[in-house]
Design a protein around this ligand. Structure first.
Ligand code: NAI
Length: 327
């Protein structure tokens, strides 16, 4: 039984959509939950306290514990206030689900600076504004913690009309990578989730009522199907860190960045652009790859293949071939 009794969780953007479901599940499993939601439109306009209040009422009516927060993650003081709500009301912080988000679409050539800024403010800056005070609180409490950053397939794979959204969501994976590396020694684990779930973000974007009602895919992407993955990654049962997982229509899968084996040019030789063109198939190959745990892995791998040391005067490093488990 994955249980959150005695733990405090923050879920941002928890007044609606997928965030609401994460908050309900964490509360159902015993967590005291800060239900944060600004209550804006899908595009990020306006505010409304009702969505957060309604979810808090739903949790408390079911016998759970929750408090509402209406702060925006897009400002440093908003992130700080959300973390303070956890510490002041529940005396600690164990779990952060960084989920708040907005959406909008524009061709890259038409994207305005304001659209770009607004998207990065909420998703990427919002992730930072929340995560830093939360991380500091977890560090000083000394009992570890769990971060789940809600990214997107748009960010990791690309989606037309979404340069701003995709850049912001991919940026969250970069943030997660480093938080996971720095946090591991302190029992603070961080992972990212790429969800797909039927919400207003889908209905307002698709717009076509008939398509929404009749598409098999639309019916298959029940938002409830994302909840188990987020719940597991938020729990103390989760021992993995520094990973991204996709949840789409009941298919759960790891998403990773692989470093190909590539082509090693002759030592002390500077290849020409023509050499790159000639070797492009080998350089682009994906049959052999590793999944580096950090930038150090890439440095050590190159040092090993070159027979050199990363450290001045040091002995050549030995770097094992990737095992099946690594891959
Ligand atoms: P939603 O629009 O139903 O819910 C998002 C919530 O975030 C809203 O209630 C909104 O008021 C809140 N919010 C927006 N800006 C905020 C801010 N500055 N501070 C605090 N709260 C704020 O959207 P949905 O679909 O539930 O999305 C949740 C997350 O999942 C978002 O980050 C979204 O980008 C991401 N996502 C969703 C996908 C989907 O298929 N629904 C696909 C990929 C990612």
């Amino acid at each position: 039984m994955i249980d959150f009794t005695g733990q405090t969780a923050i879920v941002t953007g928890a007044g609606r959509g997928l965030g609401r479901l994460y908050a309900l599940e964490l509360a159902h499993r015993g967590a005291s939950v800060v239900v944060n939601d600004l209550g804006g439109s899908m595009h990020g306009d306006g505010t409304d306290r009702c969505p957060a209040d309604d979810v808090v009422a739903e949790i408390t009516a079911a016998g759970g514990t929750a408090v509402a927060s209406y702060d925006s993650v897009a400002a440093p003081e908003g992130g700080a206030a959300i973390v303070a709500a956890a510490l002041d009301n529940f005396g600690g912080l164990d779990v952060v689900v960084s989920n708040a988000g907005i959406f909008g679409s524009a061709l890259f050539e038409d994207l305005t600076h304001d659209q770009w800024r607004r998207m990065l403010d909420v998703h990427l800056d919002g992730g930072f504004h929340l995560a830093q005070p939360a991380y500091r609180a977890m560090r000083s409490a000394g009992r570890g913690g769990r971060f789940v950053f809600v990214s997107s397939s748009a960010g990791m794979f690309g989606q037309p009309m979404e340069a701003h959204y995709a850049a912001a969501k991919a940026g969250l994976v970069g943030l997660m990578n480093v938080l996971a590396i720095e946090g591991e020694a302190h029992g603070i684990l961080a992972n990212a989730v790429l969800p797909t779930g039927f919400s207003r973000m889908v209905t307002e974007t698709v717009g076509d009522e008939k398509f929404l009602a009749e598409s098999g895919f639309m019916r298959a992407i029940r938002p409830e199907l994302v909840v188990p993955l987020v719940t597991f990654l938020a729990s103390s049962h989760c021992a993995v860190t520094h990973r991204s997982y996709s949840a789409c229509a009941g298919r759960y899968a790891r998403v990773f960045v692989g470093l190909g084996h590539g082509w090693l040019a002759e030592p002390d030789h500077t290849p020409s652009a023509e050499d790159i063109a000639d070797r492009l198939a080998e350089i682009s190959g994906t049959e052999r790859f590793r999944v580096p745990a950090s930038i150090v892995d890439e440095v050590l791998e190159v040092c090993d293949r070159r027979g050199i040391s990363a450290m001045p005067g040091g002995a050549p490093v030995s770097f094992p071939e990737p095992s099946a488990a690594d891959r």
